[in-house]
Structures are given as C-alpha cells and as structure tokens.
Design a protein around this ligand. Structure first.
Ligand code: ZN
Ligand code: ZN
Length: 491
C-alpha cells in the first residue's frame, strides 16, 4: 500500500479527532505574482498579445505575452538552430596563411589545443560554453516544445523548463563570436586571414537562439499544464490544493505566501512560511518550493571573496604569450586593450575594456555593496541596486570574450619560429573570476535587500486598489491597466 495512502488515512484520522481544527490546505492564488527581484506581490491581469507586465516597485519584467504562435514560432527557430548547430561541426571558422603555410580552426580546435597545452580546465569551459551547452539548450527547447504541444503537458516538461532556465546563459555563442572578431583583428597583421562559413553559421545560430527565446511564451505554455489536486508538504502531510483569486476578501497574509521560483505560481499556506525552508513540491511544476534562496548572503559573500582573490593574479599575470619571429611578447588583460587601442581599433579596444575590466569590477563592487547594504538593512537606493543586480546578471557572461579570443589564437597560431601563441596562467585566474562571480550573482537573492529593509512586511489590500483606481505596474506601451496592487504596509 502506498506511503501516500497511509498519510491520507492518517490525515483523515487526525481530522476526525480534531474536528474543530481546520485541516491544512494549500491555496493557489490566481492572478497574483511575486516580483522575483524585489518580492512585491502584485495582481496581474490577463495580458493581451505583445503586452509586457513590469513590477511597479522595481521595474523588473514580471510577464510577457508574445505576438507569435506560442509553439510554432519557437519550434521553427529551434529547428533552424539545430540545423545550424549540426552544420557547425562540419565547417571551418577561420583559415590563416603565413607565407604559404595554412592553418584552419574549427569550433573544436580551441578546446582541444588548450587541453594539449596543459590548460585542460579552460579548454573544458570553452568547450562547454560554445559546444555542449548550445547543443543542450537546443535539445531541451525541442523537448519542451514537444511536451508543451501535447493536450496535457507531461511531468517531464516543467523539469526541462527549469533546466533550460538554468543552463541557457551558459550557452555563449554570442560572446564567442565577439571573441572570434577580437582574435581576427590580432591576426590580420600577421597573415592572410580568411573568414570561413562557420563564422556565418555561428552568427546565424546566435540570431535563431535569441529568436527562440523571444518567441517562447512561457505564460501560455503554463496554461497547458494542470495543477495537482494535492501535494505533500515539508512535514510529509498531504495538503489538498484549493484555488482562490487575488481579489478575494479572505486573502491570507503575505507571510503565508511564496511563489515558485521556476513557474511563478503563487501559493498560500496555513502557517507562516519560513524564509529558506523546503516547503514541498510545486503543484504545477514539481520544483521544490522555497520562499527565498538558501544562504543567499553567505554563499554570495564567499563566492565574491573567491572572485576578489583571483582578480588580482588575473590582472597581474600574463594571459598569453605571442611569439613573432622568435621574439616573445607576453600580454596581460590591460595590455591587450592597449594594443587594440594603439592599432587604431578603438571601438574593439573599448569593447574588450568593458568586457574584461569594467564588467568584472562592476560585478564585484556592486554585489559587495548589495551584500553590505543587506547586512546594514539599508533602505536607501533599493530600486537602483535592484536594477544594478539585473544589469550585472545580464552582462556577466560577456567577460568571456578574452578567454574565447585566446582559445582561437592558441588553436590557429602554430608556426614555430614565425609566429606562435600560447596561453598563460593569467587566463586561468581570469576564467575563475568570471565563473565564480556569475555564481555569486546567482546565489544572491535580491529580494533579501528589500526584506532586510522591512519593505516586504505584512500586507493588506488597499481599499482604493480593490476599486481599480491604481494604475501602474503593468504596461504595454500605450494602453494601461488598473491592477489591484498589494502594497506592503510599512513596518
Ligand atoms: Zn519588483
Ligand atoms: Zn512551479
């Protein structure tokens, strides 16, 4: 007999003996959304095509309804991505001709060559971000769309959606192509360089992947998914799932609510939800329910510290050695920028300066400031810091340009005495900085800044909000809605 059946019997027995105590339930709050950046719960009307809903407090995007068919459009782009991705394995990216000696580079050569030079871990990261992750992202998206196109979305589809969310940003095709261009500019004065078909395939893949993401309408896909009738909570109790709407009179207090980090469904428990405790599985997507990310401050601080420690050798040690006519030239990150500048490639110099120096520093400094202001329970500048958080989350991966550039140069410039490029230890430290700061940003929960400042305190529905008189929060350009926003009472 199943464990679940026993638990149900036990629950019924308890209900019979304590008839006056209401049995615990889980209530799904329809039409309510928690901002993932500031933690404000706000009502969300049904969006029309092309409309986007923004948080009224921190301007984060809460929901988006695409203009295109929800399955057909991303499926078409996903198929195109698959064709381009497969073709990439059979094409060359660049050929270089030094006095009649020709070398070619494919997407595989960089990681292999880095491995041969003793930088296997960097080769692995380059291979993961330019080869494996793009393939996984395309495969996951294909499977998600197959699952979503069924009349009833199967259980595995939401799991894949959550994996897609986590892994998508590690597919760095768009960063790689910039790395190729920086490498190209460094090669043109050395030899005759030919851009081959692979480069155009990568550029096209970058576009089709972006188009897949922008046409994917997650909101509409979730409408296809049934919500379970009961779930098991963190104490092993089976809770029946009820549905209420955000405008109901008997709305539970905010401390009883949480939203699923994967699908955004808002749920209310009968008791206060602890900050970081596992509350059971989401009745829609089966991901673990948690109010906030676990140990957000400690994890982010530790990773940040690791980033700061590695940042110093990343800048002091050379990242590569370029030997030309027997003359070795070691190059640090800042050297690379100065060289581009001196070669009159000013836009590219600025790009590398931004990606390799500004972005890591901005990430480290702003995240340190966010962690500090959470400790200090600071109330000022919360909106600005939340916007900064979204910015560093978005641009963090662009720092990989230099790493990709080196992977291409070491793969192609092998002409013994004439010209040779080898990677140096600086690139290892630099890659660690990029990776750990990306993880640091992920492990930090920006809502904790608002929590610490007391901005996510107990809530009531304001009377005027119930009468649709408080526009804002939702925007689609010209037409505006009147959402009933739930604003926290100031403590
Ligand atoms: Zn917000
Ligand atoms: Zn969920």
């Amino acid at each position: 007999m199943s464990d679940r059946f026993h638990k149900r019997l036990w629950r019924n027995a308890v209900t019979m003996t304590t008839a006056n105590v209401p049995s615990p339930t889980l209530r799904v709050v329809e039409g309510l959304r928690e901002c993932p950046c500031c933690g404000l719960f706000q009502t969300l009307p049904r969006l029309q095509r092309g409309q986007v809903a923004y948080c009224r407090r921190c301007d984060a995007q809460l929901a988006r309804r695409s203009n295109t068919p929800p399955i057909a459009a991303p499926a078409a782009f996903c198929l195109a991505s698959l064709a381009l991705y497969l073709a990439l394995f059979f094409t060359e990216l660049l050929t270089i001709n030094v006095h009649g000696r020709v070398n070619t580079v494919t997407i595989l050569t960089g990681p292999i060559e880095l491995g041969r030079e003793g930088f296997g871990e960097i080769g692995l990261i380059v291979g993961l971000t330019t080869l494996i992750m793009p393939g996984i992202a395309i495969a996951l998206m294909g499977a998600i769309l197959i699952g979503a196109s069924r009349r009833q979305m199967p259980d595995w589809a939401p799991r894949l959606m959550s994996w897609y969310d986590r892994l998508r940003e590690w597919s760095m095709i768009e960063v790689y192509i910039l790395g190729v261009f920086v490498a190209y500019t460094k090669l043109v004065d050395l030899a005759i360089v030919d851009l081959r078909a692979g480069i155009f395939l990568i550029a096209a893949l970058m576009i089709t992947q972006a188009a897949t993401d922008s046409t994917l309408d997650v909101e509409r896909i979730w409408l296809n998914r049934d919500i379970r009738d009961e779930i098991e909570d963190n104490q092993g109790r089976i809770l029946p799932v009820e549905h209420i709407t955000a405008t109901d009179e008997s709305m539970p207090p905010i401390q009883h609510m949480l939203s699923c980090h994967a699908c955004g469904l808002v749920m209310a428990f009968d008791q206060e939800v602890p900050r970081e405790e596992d509350m059971g599985d989401c009745p829609r997507c089966h991901q673990i329910l948690k109010r906030r990310k676990s140990n957000s401050l400690i994890n982010a601080s530790a990773l940040l510290l690791a980033g700061v420690v590695c940042y110093i050798p990343a800048n002091l040690f050379p990242i590569m050695t370029y030997t030309k006519m027997g003359q070795a030239n070691t190059s640090t990150i800042i050297h690379g920028v100065i060289e581009l500048w001196n070669s009159d490639l000013i836009p590219l110099a600025l790009l590398v300066l931004f990606a390799s120096i500004t972005v890591p520093v901005l990430k480290i400094v702003s995240l340190a400031f966010m962690v500090f202001s959470t400790w200090r329970k600071q109330k000022r500048g919360l909106k600005l810091m939340t916007k900064l958080y979204r910015l560093v989350d978005l641009i963090g991966r662009w720092s990989m340009i230099d790493v990709f550039m080196i992977s291409i140069l070491v793969a192609i410039v092998h002409f013994n005495f004439l010209a040779n490029v080898v990677a140096d230890p600086g690139v290892v430290f630099f890659t660690i900085v990029v990776i750990v700061t990306i993880f640091a940003v992920h492990s930090f929960d920006p809502r904790s800044m608002w929590d610490a400042a007391g901005e996510n305190g107990p809530v009531t529905i304001p009377d005027e909000a119930k009468q649709n008189s408080d526009p804002g929060g939702i925007s689609n350009g010209d037409s505006s809605f009147s959402p009933h926003d739930m604003e926290p009472e100031r403590a």
